[in-house]
Design a protein around this ligand. Structure first.
Ligand code: BGC
Length: 736
């Protein structure tokens, strides 16, 4: 069904005598006046109808009053194709192939707030053009375990980094009259048994690690929508978790937008009404499966809600609050005073996708193999399935139908056309699927050769080449970077480790490109000349990778998570921590966040556990010096400054990172925590000064007993560096 456009609504207003134009239809009137005017005209049934889905991705408007439906769409990486009315499968429209933007983890690796805004703005324009009002993203759950199947859809392991990037993303989206629906609120850090696991997390850990990025999205970004997560926290499902939604989100943070359930995440008739949920989406009648034929009227917030309102178990006051939030969303989006029309698959969007993808690629190691310097008439051997396999299709709800996708092999051939021959050997077979929810890539990934033959062919092809580029890693099939399942280990699948070692044994200059959305172990790291962390880069992924490999773009990405040597080095040691345990008398799996605030580099650095590549690490084709660092009192806080100089021969960018360390505290604190960063672009020889402000908040921990942030007097250190492990200046200062 086509949404009623604002023009029709205005036409409706125009046919009433001028001074009788209803306030809610008058875009010049203040938002809250429009909301209360509309609310006053609605019946209970109309209000209830707005609180639940009427199709897979829409919830009702008020047709009698000309108030449009709300259209929701995945997701964080591009606008999902239209689906059938009550199906996940695409409907087969011919005008809905979108720009696929890089995965959010790729955006996080740019450490660039401007690019986050650009991303949000572009995807917001695509959503608006496609007449979508609520964009189901971005996802900002913390990287607690590297195994989480949705790590690629999130922004890494640090709450400050995610918080800094989510704000411009949200603002960019919403500048187009589209609500960003930030997900999945909260402590939803794994896919294994995601709908049946109770996360047991203490308040300090919650406030320090799992809430800050959401708070930033709401308080600083002004997000208009939040999606509740599938799991439980402290015994209540998060789509109707009173403490999370009523007390913290709507209470402490003053959120005035709409809470949307995850699809099928609403589980209880009463709690759906009382505990802060506003729109119930994706439910089947018995919770998660087995829909009745008129399933939408069986939703928790449909017939059962009406019954409760009629017999007095539910109040109209609570209903009015939900309806007001939904109306606010309509007046902020499709009925906003500003007319937005959006744009779709424009050259600018593809250029933005390419830029973001390239800026997030991380050069992990380089002994001079990169940028590629191949003699005229030379030969490059590319090995690996990910050089060829299209990656936009797959992975769960972030699956997209894109107008085009450039694969790395084609981009490299384009880059070296007329200069060098680029030959490809598959090397191994990974995932041969080429479709998801009826979106098909059209590639043929079938393979007749045995594993042994594939390896032998790759090795034979590598004997006389100028360079070998291995492009492998993970993909979006089950138990890899994929919604609904976690990985089982961080070891590369399909025998890639052995293949990489064998190729390295040929003694040719060799670079390994790991395409993944989550950390992998790299036991061969010392045996290859260069290592590049690529990601799922979207439509322009191949071009972005070729740009970096050839040096057309100087890499400036930094890891948004730690690359550990092995899974057992990490903080999750027991089953009760991950993936959770069954306990006598408890209905749901219990998962104890016993590691507290010590996840990611907070764990590795504090425990002094060596990792392959640290959080924040990333090299460049040039070199940077960070010097002249100082810390001074300034107002209520401290000003930390440093000068960064490009000491190499090409232009490039360094991300100067500020960590704070508390020398002594009454609670166990991480060795260091990120509290500032600045990405600085410099020509050769150029210097710039970067400054950060440290306020009391940056020194504080959350005292759960007092329910407040506490900064204890004593010595602190401002640590300035190029990664969490590469600290170039250590500046002590004292809080009196
Ligand atoms: C996912 C959400 C997504 C929703 C709608 C759920 O399964 O968890 O992230 O937005 O489906 O597709």
């Amino acid at each position: 069904m086509k949404r009623i456009s604002l023009l029709c609504v205005l036409a409706l207003a125009a046919c009433c005598p001028k001074n009788n134009t209803p306030v809610y239809l008058d875009p010049s009137k203040p938002l809250e006046e429009r909301v209360s005017d509309a609310l006053g005209r609605m019946t209970i049934e109309e209000k209830v109808a707005m609180t639940h889905a009427q199709s897979k991705f829409s919830s009702a408007g008020v047709p009698r009053l000309g108030i449009p439906e709300l259209w929701h769409t995945d997701g964080p990486h591009g606008i999902r194709p239209e689906v059938l009315w009550d199906e996940w499968d695409q409907a087969g429209w011919t005008n809905d192939s979108c720009t696929a933007f890089p995965a959010l983890i790729n955006l996080a690796a740019t450490w660039d707030r401007d690019l986050a805004h650009l991303y949000g703005d572009c995807i917001g324009q695509e959503a608006r053009y496609r007449e979508k009002d609520i964009l189901l993203g971005p996802g900002i759950n913390m990287g607690r375990t590297p195994l989480n199947g949705r790590t690629f859809e999130y922004m890494g392991e640090d709450p400050y980094l995610a918080g800094q990037l989510v704000v411009p993303y949200v603002q960019g989206v919403q500048s187009n009259g589209v609500a960003a629906c930030v997900k999945h609120f909260a402590v939803n850090n794994q896919e294994t048994r995601r709908t049946a696991t109770n996360s047991v997390v203490d308040d300090r850990t919650l406030y320090e690690i799992y809430l800050p990025a959401f708070k930033a999205a709401v308080v600083d970004g002004g997000a208009w929508a939040i999606m509740g997560s599938y799991n439980l926290w402290n015994g209540e499902f998060n789509c109707h978790n009173k403490r999370l939604l009523c007390d913290i989100l709507k209470g402490e943070w003053g959120f005035d937008g709409v809470v949307v359930s995850d699809w099928g995440g609403c589980r209880d008739d009463d709690q759906a009404v009382t505990n802060g949920l506003d729109i119930e989406m994706g439910t089947w009648t018995n919770g998660l499966t087995g829909a009745a034929s008129d399933s939408y009227s069986h939703y928790h917030l449909a017939r059962p809600y009406l019954e409760r309102l009629r017999d007095g178990r539910a109040t109209e006051e609570v209903l009015n609050d939900k309806a007001a939030r939904i109306l606010r969303t309509v007046f902020r989006t499709s009925m906003s005073p500003e007319q937005h029309f959006g744009s779709f698959t424009s050259p600018e969007h593809f250029a933005a996708a390419r830029k973001i993808a390239a800026e997030g690629i991380v050069l992990l190691k380089n002994d001079g193999v990169l940028p590629l310097n191949i003699p005229q008439g030379g030969k490059i051997l590319v090995v690996g399935e990910n050089a060829y396999k299209m990656m936009v299709v797959g992975g769960g709800s972030s699956n997209l139908k894109t107008k085009y996708e450039i694969i790395p092999l084609d981009a490299l051939r384009e880059a070296f056309a007329g200069k060098a021959e680029v030959v490809w050997e598959r090397g191994y077979v990974g995932d041969v699927t080429t479709d998801y929810n009826k979106v098909i890539t059209g590639q043929d990934l079938s393979e007749k050769r045995t594993a042994g033959q594939l390896k032998a062919d790759a090795l034979a092809a590598g004997k006389d080449v100028d360079c070998i580029i291995f492009i492998g890693g993970l993909n979006k099939s089950a138990f890899q970077d994929n919604e609904g399942t976690d990985r089982k280990d961080i070891v590369l699948p399909y025998g890639q480790d052995e293949l990489i070692e064998a190729l390295a044994g040929l003694g040719r200059p060799m670079a390994v490109v790991n395409i993944s959305g989550s950390p992998v172990a790299m036991p061969w790291a010392n045996k290859v000349g260069a290592i590049v962390q690529g990601w799922y880069g979207g439509s322009e992924s191949g071009h972005a990778l070729a740009d970096v490999l050839t040096g057309a773009v100087n890499p400036s990405g930094k890891l948004p998570f730690t690359m550990p040597k092995s899974l057992i080095d990490g903080p999750l040691k027991t089953e009760r921590q991950y993936p959770g345990i069954r306990e006598e008398g408890k209905q749901w799996w219990q998962e104890y966040y016993d590691e507290g605030v010590f996840i990611g580099y907070r764990w590795y650095d504090t425990q002094n556990i060596p990792v392959d590549f640290a959080f924040g690490h990333g090299l460049s084709y040039t070199t940077f010096e960070i010097g002249k660092a100082s810390v001074k009192r300034s107002g209520a806080g401290w000003k930390v400054s440093a000068t960064v100089t490009n000491t190499g021969k090409v232009a490039g960018a360094e991300v100067v990172q500020l960590y704070v360390s508390d020398s002594e505290a009454s609670v166990a604190r991480p060795a260091k925590e990120l509290k500032g960063f600045e990405k600085v672009y410099l020509n050769p020889g150029e210097s710039k000064k970067v400054s950060f402000t440290i306020n009391k908040e940056a020194l504080s921990f959350f005292d759960a007993d007092k329910h407040e942030w506490v900064a204890e007097p004593g010595e602190f250190h401002a640590l300035i560096g190029a990664s969490s492990a590469d600290i170039r200046a250590d500046l002590p200062f004292t809080l009196k």
